[in-house]
Design a protein around this ligand. Sequence first.
Ligand SMILES: Cc1cc2nc3c(=O)[nH]c(=O)nc-3n(C[C@H](O)[C@H](O)[C@H](O)COP(=O)(O)OP(=O)(O)OC[C@H]3O[C@@H](n4cnc5c(N)ncnc54)[C@H](O)[C@@H]3O)c2cc1C
Length: 384
Amino acid sequence: MAGMEPYLFEGDEHAELRKQARRFAKEHIAPQAAAWEEAEEFPRELYGEAGATGLLGVGYPEAWGGTGGDFGHLLVVAEEFVVAGQSVGTTIGLGSHGIALPPIVRFGTDAQRERFVRPVVAGEKIAALAITEPGCGSDVASLRTQARRDGDHFVVNGAKTFITSGTRADIVTCAVRTGGPQHAGISLLVIERGTPGFSVSRKLKKTGWWASDTAELSFDECRVPVENLIGDEGGGFAMIMGNFVTERLAIAGQCVAIAGLAHAESIRYAREREAFGRPIVGFQVTRHKLADMATRVAAARALVGECVTRYLGGDARPSLAAMAKNAATDACSEVCDHAVQIHGGMGYMRETLVERLYRDARLYPIGGGTREIMNELISKMEGY
Ligand SMILES: Cc1cc2nc3c(=O)[nH]c(=O)nc-3n(C[C@H](O)[C@H](O)[C@H](O)COP(=O)(O)OP(=O)(O)OC[C@H]3O[C@@H](n4cnc5c(N)ncnc54)[C@H](O)[C@@H]3O)c2cc1C
């Protein structure tokens, strides 16, 4: 696909991984992609199938059941899942551990990694990250879910919302307030399904990402063992912010993948569909639209590639990751909009892939930190 050549950081190992991920996505996701999106769920067994191939463990240490590799390998797998699997929702649901596990891998104890990381990368358990609350999203430092210490437990009270994989997660990496107000009072606790007082209040209906379940969670005098605290008490805010860099790069990568897919679908349709006695690709305006789309994809991909290359080299720049997120989300929104236009009436029909991608794209300037918050971060870090 034009503008979708391998990232410059990719080598032979990535090429092999691409093939493996593409094969899995074509065999296990694509045939049911549309049905799962309509059903707003994919079978839980898919985690086991992906875990058995090692694909869920890509980017995680072998010592804890992972397959090894780094963030670049992970990006490649997610791209193949989106493009070959053709279900953004399924990719998101399967990959929710990508935001839930990194704090445990980086700051947890060996016992926590054994308990929480190993079963998730094997596809036996599902992990979710819960930061957002009904009363606060962008303003993470003001979160209110309380965790008061009582002997060997934290007693948690509060609610979380918009949690990806929330309805069926076994392990929830949850941001709670263990101390005073603002940043310094926040900690990360792993709360396990089945803990008395932890319940799923409701499954939420969304504009897009239908196959990925999104939930509101509730904690009512929920007793969580102190041994489930990740890292230092009061150190949660820094862990959350650190996690955002890879989350935003992953989001940017998904946007590039979605835009590339929408572009490819548009070329296919423009060659097939005839109007006024010729394929619509015969109109210069259509060709130029396709050329603009390819350019947007290639430009976003170049920035994401640069950002990931720097990150892999030890230069994790939150402001550059925020720029990559905004550039890629904008490219994705515009390309998907053009894709619907090129498809005409069919672009508005639920049976058409680009209709779904158009809806899926709308989340990206919101999730993982909004477009406005990215600009806040960029302007602060660049010292404006
Ligand atoms: C499908 C989906 C999946 C999600 N998955 C997860 C998940 O797994 N885990 C999780 O914890 N969260 C998740 N989220 C939550 C997501 O991260 C938040 O929705 C997002 O951070 C925005 O928070 P908010 O919705 O509370 O919006 P608000 O913070 O209320 O913002 C509303 C508007 O005000 C603007 N705004 C706010 N502050 C400022 C400011 N300082 N300057 C300028 N503008 C500002 C925002 O940009 C936005 O336009 C998910 C959300 C969705 C929709």
